[in-house]
Design a protein around this ligand. Structure first.
Ligand SMILES: *Cc1c(COP(=O)(O)O)cnc(C)c1O
Length: 461
């Protein structure tokens, strides 16, 4: 019998010494930079001063910095990271065997912390800078609850007050995450609420509404700007969040170096783009500098297809239209996603940085329907032993499809995908899948037109 000569371990970890000491800012290597955030009143780029009314000062600097490639990770954040990082780069031997593919599949697993997802990487960073600035607390929104959970943990660690506006349907239907947040000391309010002007207006206009992410953002921003010593923080979309999440990609890059492997295809699910932006950062940097080439694939739900069916336009990030305009692939701020369960992938827009990279043809995008995504999740859970989050399962589905293509062609490609989190709080969705009652919804062209009807006047570029 042939001896198994492979030397690649199931899991590759970095040592504490090897863990990144700096984040990597991919914008520094982009010749054409992402479009700036724009003031909706003046249609001029937001200045640092304007942004500092809403966001922490240090984070505003990071948001606007298009030129510094490496930014130091403060020691306090590195020691927080050490509690749950490095995350493993796992070789999916069992999945490869199940698929009978010559492809080599790897995943970077970010679910090994109590919040259950990669969101803690940016939550810790944002909480640290808020505390460092002497603020009392931060406000934010959360949809399915992952970001709120991560931020609550980070705020309790750094000693900050945390006010979370949670989309009402999730608040009512997902009590478990709500209770994790409260356990970490956060104040959780169902959105829309009567605690803000935006919320009261929405309740009057749409009584009985279950809320939306866009609406919760408006409430959280209002709650921050009307309180002394508070700032608003956001868990995805923004340049700063992608910067913090680059820790995922930097670890992945180094782990591949350690085992002497170069990935061919890099895959990630895309909601607002933070995990994908983080995972691909150093690889995209090599691609932009002309050093290496990779196929980079964003995966989104067919029910909320920002990249694959959206338009590259300036749009509001929130329903209340209090936030700056961002140029991004968007379904329009009027888009109402169907209540699918991949809660973290339901945002109407996409990171401006990834949007620009996509527009330049430097990455691809695919979309999948919910049921096929859960089929992939089930297969993965059974062979790899991890119950994946529905969001992450979009990336699993795409990786499986790529591996099956390799089976046809006989190619031994190296595929890596981001496994962003666990699915333990998504068991109602798994129940529907197991009961065979899960439905797929693909928006019609009319639905998409309706979403884009509220796109604001476009600034001159
Ligand atoms: C929030 C979330 C996502 C999507 O957010 P991105 O900003 O696009 O990364 C993906 N997976 C999990 C587990 C999440 O919690």
């Amino acid at each position: 019998m042939a001896k198994d000569v492979t030397t690649i371990p199931y899991k590759t970890y970095l040592t504490e010494e090897e863990m990144p000491k700096q984040w990597y800012n991919v914008r520094a290597d982009m010749k054409k930079k992402p479009a700036p955030l724009v003031n909706p009143g003046t249609l001029k780029p937001m200045t640092a001063e304007e942004l500092e009314g809403v966001f922490c000062s240090e984070l505003v600097q990071q948001e606007l910095d298009d030129t510094t490639p490496y930014i130091d990770i403060p020691e306090e954040i590195r020691s927080f990271y050490r509690m749950y990082r490095p995350s493993p780069l796992v070789r999916a031997y069992c999945l490869e065997k199940k698929l009978d593919t010559p492809a080599k599949i790897y995943y970077k697993y970010e679910g090994n912390n109590t919040s259950g997802s990669h969101k803690l990487n940016s939550a810790a960073t944002q909480a640290y800078y808020a505390k460092n600035q002497g603020l009392k607390g931060v406000t934010t929104e959360t949809g399915a609850g992952q970001w709120g959970t991560a931020l609550s943990m980070a705020c309790s660690y750094f000693g900050l007050d945390c006010k979370v506006f949670m989309v009402k349907t999730s608040y009512e239907q997902k009590p478990f995450r709500r209770e994790v947040m409260r356990t970490y000391g956060a104040e959780v309010t169902a959105s829309p609420s009567d605690t803000t002007e935006v919320g009261r207006k929405l309740l009057e206009e749409f009584p009985g509404t279950g809320g939306s992410l866009g609406c919760a953002i408006s409430e959280a921003v209002e709650a921050a700007v009307t309180r002394e010593g508070y700032r608003y923080v956001l868990g995805s979309v923004l340049n700063q969040v992608l910067l913090h999440q680059s820790v995922i990609g930097l670890e992945t890059h180094k782990a591949f170096e350690k085992i002497g492997v170069t990935p061919d295809i890099i895959i990630g699910c895309a909601g607002g783009g933070s995990n994908l932006g983080g995972l691909i950062a150093p690889f995209m940097g090599e691609k932009l500098r002309g050093e290496k080439d990779y196929r980079i694939v964003a995966v989104e739900p067919a029910s909320c297809p920002s990249f694959t069916r959206g338009k590259y336009l300036y749009d509001f990030c929130d329903t209340g239209k209090v936030c700056p305009l961002a140029k991004m692939y968007t379904l329009g701020n009027g888009f109402m996603p169907s209540p699918i369960h991949a809660g973290g992938l339901r945002f109407h827009g996409m990171s401006p940085a990834l949007s620009e990279l996509y527009d330049q043809g430097l990455m691809e995008a695919v979309s999948y329907e919910q049921t096929e995504v859960f089929e992939a999740a089930e297969m993965f859970a059974r062979v790899e032993g991890i119950l994946p989050a529905p969001e992450s399962s979009h990336a699993i589905k795409a990786a499986i499809d790529e591996a099956l293509k390799c089976k046809e062609t006989g190619e031994e490609k190296n595929i890596v995908f981001g496994l962003t989190g666990t699915g333990y709080f998504d068991l109602v969705a798994y129940q529907q899948f197991n009961d065979g009652t899960m439905t797929d919804y693909i928006p019609t062209d009319e639905d998409l037109e309706a979403g884009l009807a509220f796109v604001p006047p476009q600034p001159e570029e």
